[in-house]
Every structure is written in structure tokens, then in C-alpha cells.
Design a protein around this ligand. Structure first.
Ligand code: GLA
Length: 661
């Protein structure tokens, strides 16, 4: 039977035996079957160089095991203890401005420092050997949130050397670097490898090729660091899984590359109660898309309490913890660990609450966690073997995230936010949506949305063409095909290598800095006759083989196509030379997607589906603080209440329905 792993992040090192007496019985009562521990405990595991201690943790693992609670261990490499820094002060990271990232909090060590790598491997290996056969231990999380606190990119001398080595491997010859980056610009031609530096703070913007390769190298640094731990853990503990806790939409580490070395992905979910719940759904589906399976390794269970700002976050309203947990499961999560079990008395995160407050007294948040656990167990059989199968994908590329991070082009433009806007439009129609990389197999989808697909090579252009010719629907948006994989601008008429596929030429692009707007009008399709305002950035298109779908109706752009559709083979390509307002985008995208059974989903209600051999589970979650009504296509058993509901249903504030379809 399917078992949702359900538990919390637990820090026995924070508690005396007396304080911790009630912990395990309370966890048991809450229905926990897993905890994560140890990821910050290097100084406990190795208080002095080479002297290892396990007696502080082993009895806890044993007691948990006896209570039916398994253990996931973190490798503690995110915080090397003071003795490491004292011995090897040069392993500290350096920021872009040349300032040392000092010890005393966490994430301060440079992953390219040989001594730090050696010590990290040693502690990982030692822990793996000690715990390989310990009953109760089921898996590992490497390190913690690679890149957290802005530490993906380190600008120290060790990184400079490693960057050069990385470039040697990639280009072989320094002249190839000159060519790729176009160093003839501003007299930057390199004669020797050692003339190349990391892109520290400069008087003005650095070479985009240099920047992109540094962003790739920095991401690779984290991937290689993780891969080493993954290799050690898998070889010493073959029975255990290995994962890492990602940070949702975090843009600096290529999680697709990292996911090659995890058994399943995981992420840390701290939703903003008043924010757009689709933002949380986006992060869930990003994480799910890496491996199909994932856990929420840290699920918010109390007020946050940022170590940096020193502010205590908002208290979750009753029902919100349950709703967030169900949203995780609805989007495909197979495991949930709340962060954290109990608020700490000391340390930088004193304000960061968990299920229990500082006094360890179970109150309403504990009761809600317990109730949610009961509900999850009640639907375990129905969840068995179910996974999410999305007919639609958004292509979100890390290379493009990095390229557009430096050069967004349009004022205020965020590539990730644009990806999210398209994603949101898909979810509003009821469909789940995969978030894929450029190397993905597009043939799995009916519709692929590839927002601002700037970096394009022949291979990608050919695969997208094959997808369309085979019957797929492709949607492209401004700035498509503008660049090569080295971050150079293409010398072809835009959209560059995609021009034939899209059937247009982009004649002119116009970023707007003073709030200028244009009106466009749809001339065909589901929005025929509708007008809407566009701003920020527009492109004036000329159709070669495509048909205009919408045109500008005012200004110098008047009568020029703004949105086009090109039929190609059995499929179609849509090109948006504009950014559509959210409501228009939603209706436009809905017109391209397969029919969805639930219509007119109210804003704030999320629909998600898990499919399995025994059928489909449809989750309906009301993320608002008001009651919402909608109409289902029929009547369905609702698994949490045991009642039959539909066709007209109401979902209470924070309500969750699980329908068997
Ligand atoms: C992150 C970290 C945790 C903790 C929480 C709360 O997600 O992984 O260690 O710091 O944030 O701050």
C-alpha cells in the first residue's frame, strides 16, 4: 500500500533529555512515520578533527525506529564547524565585491576549496559507514539547500582556478573562449588561461558570454559537490535513497542536472498565506517534473522567523497548514516533513516556529498536523500508485534564467515570472503542467509553451519542429530565438533559427520605459474581436507563412501582426510578439489546451489530478478565505467526508475535496 511519508525535521541536538522526553510519544500520536535529522550537526558528529561521536544521535534513531518512525539523515556539510575554519581560513567564500563571507551562520564554505571538499567527503563517508546498516535509517539528504543565502556563486581564488579548469575542459583552447565570448569587444582577448578571471564587480556590465559560463560553472560546482556525496552514499548505503532539498523556483543551480543524482527530488515549501497559491503550485510542479516523484522536505508549520531580518513571520490561520499539506499531495508529493518539530530556544532561527512552540506544548497547530496525518492515512489506498500526468509543459531553461538575469531586455522583465504567468494560465484551466528543460522529450505533450526562448541551437530548433510537425501545439513569446548557446546575439533575422518554424520575421522590437501602451485586436480564434492593451515590450511581426491572429490597432505599429499562428505538418505554432494581461492570457491559452471537464474554476481554487491503475483522484482546494462554488460534470464520491458530491458543490475557506473520478 502507498505510504505517504509524514513527519518533521527534528533537531535532537537542540534539546536536553528532559526537554525531549515528550517528543517521540507526541510524534507517534501525530501519526509520523519519518523525521529528517542531522543536516547541521557537523560539530556534534565530529567535535574535533577525526574524532567522531554518534552517541548523541543513535539512541534517538533507535527510539524513533521502535516508535515506527524512520530517519532521513542530512550530510552536515552546509556548516563546517569553527575548527575547520580555524584550521583552513582560506576555505571561506568571497562575494562579487571581494568581501569574505564570514563564518558564524551557515553556507560560508567554498565548494571548490580542496580542503573543504576533502573534509566533506570524509564526514559523508564516515556517516554513511556508521549508518549503512542502522535500523530505521532509510535515506539521505545531501547538504542543505545548495545556494541558500546567495552562496551559489563564489568569487574566491579557488573558484577562479576551478573556473579556468572548467573552461579548459569545455573549450580546450583559449582562442575558442575568445571566439565564444567575442572578446574582441572592449579589448578583452585572452592569450593565456590564467588571464581569465571570475566576473567580479566591474565598472559596468561584464561580457554576457563570460557571465553565462560563470553562472553555468557555479551551478556545476554545486552539482559536482552533490554528485560526489551521492556516489559515496549510494556505494556505501545501497539500500538507502539519496535526495536533496531544492528551493522551488530558485534560479541559480540547474536542478535538472542535479536531479540526475537523486532517487527523487525534494523541496522546502514556505508558502505566503496571503500570496497567490499558484506560485506554490508552480514550485511543486517544478520539483515534481525533475523525477516524477518528490517530497516536501520542509513544509511550513508555523510562523517563519527570518535569521537575517530578525522578524517573526505571520501565524498560519487555522486550516492553512492542512491546506498546504494537501496541496503538496495534490501536486504529486509522496512525502511531507514539517519544518520544524519544535521552535528552538537558541540560535539565529529562534523565531522560526514549527509544530510546537518553544515550550513544547501541543496546541492547535499540532492538532491540525495530526488531523491531516489521519486524513492522509485514510486515502492511502486510493493514492496507491497514482502519479500526475500532465498534457502540457512549460519550457523553463536555466541557461535562459542566467542569461536574462543579466540582460532582461525589457524594463522590469522577469523570465521566471513570465514562465509562471504561462504556467498559471494552464493551471487555471484545470490541467496540471510539467516544467521541462530544453533537452526534454516534447512528444509526451500535446502543448508546449516555450516563453522567451532566447537561447536556441540547431538541435533544439529541429526537435521543436518535429514536435509541431507531429501534431503538437507550440507557443512562443517575445525575444525568441535571439541568441546562440554562447549568449551571443544571432546574426539571423529574428526569431533566428525558429523563423521558418514560426513563419514570421520580427521587423522591429520596442521596449517601453515610460508606460507606453498599445491596443491589439484579435482577428480570429476564440478571442476574435476582443481588444486588449499591451505594454512593456512589443514586437512588430511580418508573416511569411503564418497567419495573423491579432494586430496592433494604433500608433506606428498599426495593422502589424502582434500574434500569429503557423500551421506546420500536423501541428501549429503560435507566436506572441506581446505580453498579454493575465486574464487575456488565460483565455488565450485555454483556447489551445485540451478540453477540461471542470469549467469556470473560481479564482483561488486549485484543481489537480493524480492518476493510477484504479482511476483518477481529483483534488479541489480552496486557497481563499471565502467559500467558493463550482459545478462538476457529475456526481463523485468525496474521500475525506465519505459523501457523494456534485454536480453543484461548495468548498469552504481552506477547504479540500478529494474526488474519486
Ligand atoms: C530553509 C532551511 C532550514 C531553515 C528554514 C527556515 O528552508 O533549509 O534549515 O533554515 O529555511 O529558515
Amino acid at each position: 500500500m502507498m505510504m505517504i511519508h509524514y513527519g518533521a525535521c527534528y533537531y535532537p541536538e537542540h534539546w536536553t533529555g528532559e526537554q525531549a522526553k515528550s517528543h517521540i510519544p507526541l510524534m507517534q500520536k501525530a501519526g509520523f512515520n519519518v523525521v529528517r535529522m542531522g543536516e547541521f550537526a557537523w560539530s556534534k558528529f565530529e567535535p574535533e578533527p577525526g574524532r567522531y561521536r554518534f552517541e548523541w544521535l543513535d539512541p534517538v534513531i533507535k527510539a524513533l525506529h521502535e516508535a515506527g518512525i524512520a530517519t532521513v539523515l542530512g550530510t552536515p556539510t552546509c556548516v563546517p564547524p569553527p575548527w575547520v575554519i580555524y584550521k583552513y581560513p582560506h576555505i571561506l567564500q568571497v562575494d562579487r565585491e571581494g568581501r569574505t563571507r564570514h563564518p558564524g551562520s551557515r553556507c560560508h564554505a567554498c565548494k571548490n576549496a580542496p580542503e573543504f571538499r576533502f573534509l566533506s567527503e570524509q564526514i559523508t563517508q564516515t556517516l554513511a559507514r556508521h549508518y549503512a546498516e542502522v535500523e530505521g535509517v532509510i535515506g539521505w539528504q545531501t547538504d542543505n539547500e545548495f545556494g541558500c543565502h546567495n552562496t551559489t556563486r563564489c568569487y574566491c581564488g579557488q573558484c577562479e582556478k576551478a573556473f579556468r579548469d572548467w573552461l579548459v575542459k569545455k573549450y580546450g583552447d583559449v582562442s575558442a573562449v575568445n571566439e565564444a565570448w567575442g572578446t574582441a569587444f572592449w579589448s578583452s582577448e585572452y592569450r593565456q588561461w590564467h588571464e581569465i578571471s571570475v566576473p567580479r564587480k566591474m565598472p559596468t556590465g561584464c561580457n554576457p558570454g563570460h557571465w553565462l559560463d560563470f553562472a553555468r560553472f557555479s551551478s556545476d560546482t554545486a552539482v559536482q559537490f552533490h554528485k560526489t556525496q551521492y556516489g559515496l552514499l549510494k556505494s556505501i548505503c545501497p539500500k538507502h535513497f539519496v535526495t536533496h532539498n531544492f528551493m522551488g523556483r530558485f534560479p541559480e543551480v540547474d536542478y535538472y542536472a542535479l536531479s540526475e543524482y537523486v532517487d527523487f527530488a525534494a523541496w522546502d515549501n514556505y508558502p505566503d498565506a496571503a500570496g497567490d497559491a499558484m506560485e506554490t503550485a508552480y514550485a511543486h510542479e517544478i520539483t515534481r517534473s525533475f523525477k516524477g516523484r518528490y517530497w516536501v522536505m520542509e513544509e511550513k508549520s508555523g510562523p517563519t522567523g527570518d535569521a537575517d531580518s530578525g522578524l517573526l513571520g505571520e501565524q498560519p490561520e487555522p486550516g492553512e497548514i492542512r491546506r498546504w499539506a494537501w496541496q503538496s499531495v495534490a501536486n504529486g508529493a509522496d512525502g511531507i516533513c514539517y519544518f520544524r518539530w519544535r521552535a528552538c530556544l537558541t540560535g539565529a532561527e529562534q523565531y522560526w516556529h514549527g509544530i510546537l512552540d518553544h515550550d513544547g506544548v501541543p496546541r492547535r497547530r499540532y492538532a491540525e498536523v495530526r488531523k491531516t496525518g489521519e486524513e492522509l492515512r485514510a486515502v492511502a489506498t486510493a493514492l496507491d500508485g497514482t502519479v500526475i500526468k500532465a498534457p502540457v509543459a512549460v519550457l523553463r531553461s536555466f541557461d535562459i534564467l542566467w542569461s536574462l538575469e543579466r540582460q532582461p531586455g525589457a524594463p522590469g522583465f522577469s523570465y521566471d515570472q513570465h514562465c509562471f504567468d504561462l504556467y498559471r494560465a494552464v493551471r487555471r484551466s484545470g490541467h496540471n503542467c510539467d516544467i521541462v528543460q530544453a533537452a526534454a522529450d516534447f512528444s509526451r505533450y500535446k502543448v508546449v509553451l516555450a516563453p522567451s526562448l532566447t537561447l536556441v541551437d540547431e538541435d533544439l530548433a529541429t526537435r521543436l519542429d518535429a514536435f509541431v510537425q507531429g501534431g503538437g501545439t507550440l507557443v512562443l513569446t517575445p525575444q525568441s530565438g535571439t541568441r546562440t548557446p554562447t549568449n551571443a546575439m544571432t546574426d539571423k533575422t529574428l526569431p533566428g533559427l525558429l523563423a521558418e518554424l514560426v513563419g514570421i520575421a520580427v521587423e522591429e522590437v520596442r521596449p517601453y520605459f515610460h508606460g507606453q501602451t498599445h491596443q491589439i485586436q484579435f482577428r480570429q480564434g476564440s478571442l476574435d474581436g476582443q481588444t486588449c492593451a499591451v505594454s512593456v515590450w512589443i514586437e512588430l511581426l511580418r508573416c511569411t507563412t503564418a497567419q495573423p491572429l491579432a494586430e496592433y490597432v494604433d500608433g506606428a505599429a498599426q495593422s502589424r501582426p502582434a500574434i500569429t499562428c503557423n500551421s506546420r505538418g500536423k501541428g501549429s505554432v503560435y507566436y506572441l510578439g506581446v505580453f498579454l494581461a493575465r486574464d487575456v492570457l488565460e483565455r488565450f491559452i485555454a483556447g489551445l489546451l485540451p478540453e477540461f471537464a471542470v469549467k469556470d474554476i473560481p479564482d483561488g481554487v486549485e484543481v489537480s489530478q493524480r492518476r493510477g491503475p484504479q482511476g483518477r483522484l481529483v483534488f479541489l482546494i480552496n486557497h481563499t478565505r471565502e467559500r467558493k462554488s463550482l459545478t462538476l460534470p457529475g456526481q463523485y464520491p468525496e474521500l475525506l467526508s465519505g459523501e457523494t458530491v456534485g454536480p453543484k458543490i461548495a468548498i469552504s475557506a481552506n477547504g479540500v475535496l478529494v474526488l474519486k473520478a
